[in-house]
Each structure stands twice: as C-alpha cells, then as structure tokens.
Design a protein around this ligand. Structure first.
Ligand code: AOY
Length: 474
C-alpha cells in the first residue's frame, strides 16, 4: 500500500493549518491511564522496520495519492507541492527523529514513551502525518502490559503455593484465531512472548524472528488434541481416541481436550480407570483440558477426581500437587480476573497448588483490548515558530484527564523503576539522563533491540516492592 495513504483523511489537509513560519512540530506518545500501574513498552522496532525505514514512497505514490484525494474529497486539497519537494530533497526517506524508551522497559503510566519531530524545517506537517501509524503502538504495548500483569498474578500464587520456576509456561497464547487480522496476531503474539514462552500463535514467533533477532526459538508448544481429533472417533470410541493420543505421543507432555461428552466421566472412568496404567507408566505428563462449564466448578471437581484416581502429595508449602503423570490446562473463559479467581479458590478452599494448572488465553489476551485500555494518546507538545520553540498543549475544561504535556521532554529514571517526564526541556538539558534514546533519524534505524534484552528489561522481580505501584497508590 502507498505510504502516503497510511493516515487519516483529515491529515491530508493539515499542512495548511499550522501557524505561518512553523518549522518544527514535536509530538509524543503516552499512556494517560488505565487499570495497571505500568506499561511495558513494545513494538516500535516492528513498526520502524516495516513502515518507516528506508525510502518509503516514489513520485508515482505522490501522483496516486493526489488523484485519490481529488476523488475522496471532491476537491483539490492534497499537499502536492510539499510531497514533491520532500521527494526531491530526501528521495523518499522520512526526515524525522524518533526517540523512545528501550523496548521492554517497564514505565509507570502518564510518562512520555516516544517523541517524534521533523528534522527538516520545510516539513513540520510530516510529524503528525505519522500519528496514525505511530499510535498503533498502543496494541503491542497493551498486550505486553496485560501479559506481564498476569505473570505477576500467577507468579504470586506459585510463590505461595508451589514452584515459581514453572512460571514461563503458565500462560499459553491461544489467541491466533480470535484476532481481527494476521498482522494483529503476529504483533500481539510477539508481545505476549516478551513475558512468557508458551504460545500457539505461530505468527508471533515469526515476527520475533524477522524483526527482533530472536536467536533461539522464542515460543514453544506441545502436541495437543482438538475436539475434531477426538470426536471423529465417534462418541462410542472416546476411549480409543484417548488411548491413541497416549500411543501417538508415548513420551513427554501431551495435552488432551476432554470435555467432548462428559469431562467428569472422561477424568474418572476413561483417564482415571481404563487408561490409568498407560498414563501412570507413560514417561511424561498427560495434560487434561476441560473446555466448558463454569471454570471454578469444573476445575474443582476435575481436581477432586484426578486426586482420587492418580493421587497427590503435599508440598513444602502445604499445598496439594497431583501425581507428576497428570496436570490440567484451562483454556475456556480465561482472562486476568478469572485466572485470579480460579487460582484463589482452588488454593484457598481446596488446597491445590498452582503447580497443577496452566492457562490458555485467547481473545482476552489479543483482542479484548483497545486504545482506551491504557488511554494511549499521541499529542503535539512543542512547535518551533519563527525560529523559537513554543510549548504546545491541550487542557479541555470538559475533561482534565485529556490534558497533554508541555514542551520538549526527557524521561528520567530517578531510581530503578521510578520515572519522571520532564517537560519544557531547554536545549541539551537532561540529555545525559534521558531514557528516551534516538532510534530513528532521516530514514535510518539507529539501533536494534533484540528479544533477549527486551525480555530482561520486562522481567518480573518477586519479593522486591514495586516502586511504580507505590507511586500510583500515593
Ligand atoms: N492449543 C498446550 C498446548 C496448546 C489451542 C490453540 C485454541 C494447547 C491447545 C493445549 O495444550 O491444549 C488454540 C485452543 C487451543
């Protein structure tokens, strides 16, 4: 698609609207609020490599956009001269500077994450032309933030009731089919893998390999059944379908959806009696997947049956852990709140360790989010007019929450995890403390972040009081 058309229609008309003698427009990206204390910044490198780097347009694209706008508006509004001059001077490269906090950084809400400004004074209108593309960073950042919050929740339960080393595989991405596009699946799936290692969203892995130098395989899965591979055997042959699963994968982990007819009968009679010797003597772990009913009700009874049939032991933290030959994965009705509820009820009222249960999360992980989840905004905060930088801001009486920051900015980390957005920065002030690092200039990507470094920055540390949470509570 023509780069010139990757913007909102009204932006075709904005070049005429800035004050005379405007030479620079400086804008920034922030999360203005939301239900989490922090954001995990992620996704910029994909957007830079895919949409910003190198020559982005040709004279043919300008001609095409010109004709498009003529039809679209029914009159001549397109900035033909400006785009032609931009091409003649920069040959399709974008004369903007982008600074950003390194991906994976955990930044408290309401801080500047990215700044964009034009580097050539002839093209101040280019900065906000890029808003439509840039603001899409809300999506990978919101998925990475949600996924990390759930990691904190599950991690807390593992610390209290079991083995925290199991955490990387406790939240598996089931979301590929439930997202609105292949690109969203790739971006969202990659964002989840900043925090976890289990996924069925293959597109997310490919994105990390193509855009984030993922060295070793960044996401893993295991053999697992779906309903068709069980129900194709017929209701009378459910047992054969399950026996076949154990024979087809004689070792290691194997997951089997077991609610096709009666999850309780499947656990008690089929897995727990008829196939029990095969399960117990198998060199590996059978993971049973319920997929319907009220999750807490179903899980409570499933664990009761499995404990009865396969046995359990009490661990050093006083919680029950099933025989290592059997585990459970819940993939239906899973979101941040239901995960918390399931783990709470199973541990508090039934004494089950979080070790026994993993989660598959689909729509709630990759699709049930929007730009308002973390209130993402891209706003102009400074303009150079007549050779002088001016602060620029909005502050609507009708919603003080929609105010914007003033002037050029720096993001300073005063102590680990505590960040401050400094407004109205003059010249090179704060330059040596600024966490916003130049990452793109005039068509070139200035530095690369690899997945390993992003994961390190986003790592969850337990037992350390979270500074940013304290900041929000205060
Ligand atoms: N995958 C763990 C491995 C994956 C899946 C994907 C929608 C898996 C199921 C499982 O165990 O059961 C997309 C629903 C399920």
């Amino acid at each position: 698609m023509n780069f010139l058309l990757r913007t909102d229609s009204y932006k075709f008309t904005h070049w005429k609207q800035y004050p005379p003698k405007t030479t620079r427009i400086y804008s920034y990206l922030e999360s203005r609020g939301g239900m989490f204390p922090n954001t995990v910044f992620f996704g910029l490198q994909y957007y830079l490599k895919h949409y910003f780097e190198g020559p982005r347009f040709t004279p043919a694209d300008i001609a095409h956009a010109d004709e498009f706008c003529l039809q679209h508006f029914g009159r001549d509004l397109f900035n033909r001269q400006g785009w032609t001059r931009l091409y003649d001077k920069h040959h399709g490269l974008l004369p903007v500077r982008i600074k950003a906090v390194p991906e994976g950084t955990v930044v408290p809400l309401q801080n500047v994450l990215v700044t964009i400004e034009n580097t050539d004074p002839e093209f101040p209108w280019l900065t906000n032309y890029l808003e439509t593309l840039s603001l899409k960073l809300w999506y990978p950042t919101t998925v990475a933030t949600l996924s990390r919050e759930i990691k904190r929740i599950i991690g807390g339960f593992l610390e209290r009731t079991g083995d925290p080393s199991l955490l990387p595989f406790k939240l598996h991405d089931f979301g590929y089919r439930g997202v609105s596009s292949e690109e969203s699946a790739a971006i969202g799936g990659a964002a989840h893998l900043v925090n976890f290692k289990g996924t069925d969203t293959v597109a997310g892995i490919v994105l990390l390999q193509d855009y984030y130098q993922a060295k070793s395989m960044p996401g893993f899965s295991i053999p697992a059944s779906e309903h068709s591979t069980i129900t194709a055997w017929g209701k009378e042959h459910e047992l054969d379908a399950y026996r076949n699963m154990l024979q087809a994968y004689p070792t290691g982990l194997v997951a089997c959806v077991s609610d096709s007819y009666d999850i309780y009968n499947a656990c008690e009679k089929l897995w727990g009696e008829m196939l029990k010797p095969d399960v117990v003597h198998r060199n590996g772990t059978l993971i049973i997947r319920p997929d319907s009913g009220d999750p807490v009700t179903v899980l409570t009874r499933v664990f009761d049956i499995l404990g009865e049939k396969f046995g359990s032991e009490t661990n050093s933290k006083g919680y029950r852990v099933l025989s290592p030959c059997v585990r459970v994965i819940q993939g239906d009705g899973v979101n941040m709140f239901t995960i918390q509820n399931m783990l709470y009820q199973l541990s508090k009222f039934y004494g089950w360790s979080a070790d026994n249960l993993a989660f598959g999360m689909g729509g709630a992980l990759l699709q049930q989010l929007n730009r308002d989840t973390l209130k993402f905004a891209f706003k102009c905060s400074a303009a150079e007019i007549n050779g002088k930088w001016q602060p620029v801001y909005k502050d609507p009486v009708t919603d003080p929450g929609k105010n914007s920051k003033h002037g050029r900015m720096a993001l300073v980390e005063s102590e680990p995890g505590r960040f401050h957005s400094i407004e109205n920065v003059q010249g090179a002030e704060f330059e040596n403390q600024d966490c916003l690092v130049p990452i793109f200039e005039n068509g070139k990507i200035l530095l690369n972040h690899d997945l390993d470094s992003i994961r390190e920055r986003a790592e969850v540390h337990f037992g350390v009081p979270s500074l940013s949470t304290a900041q929000v509570e205060k």
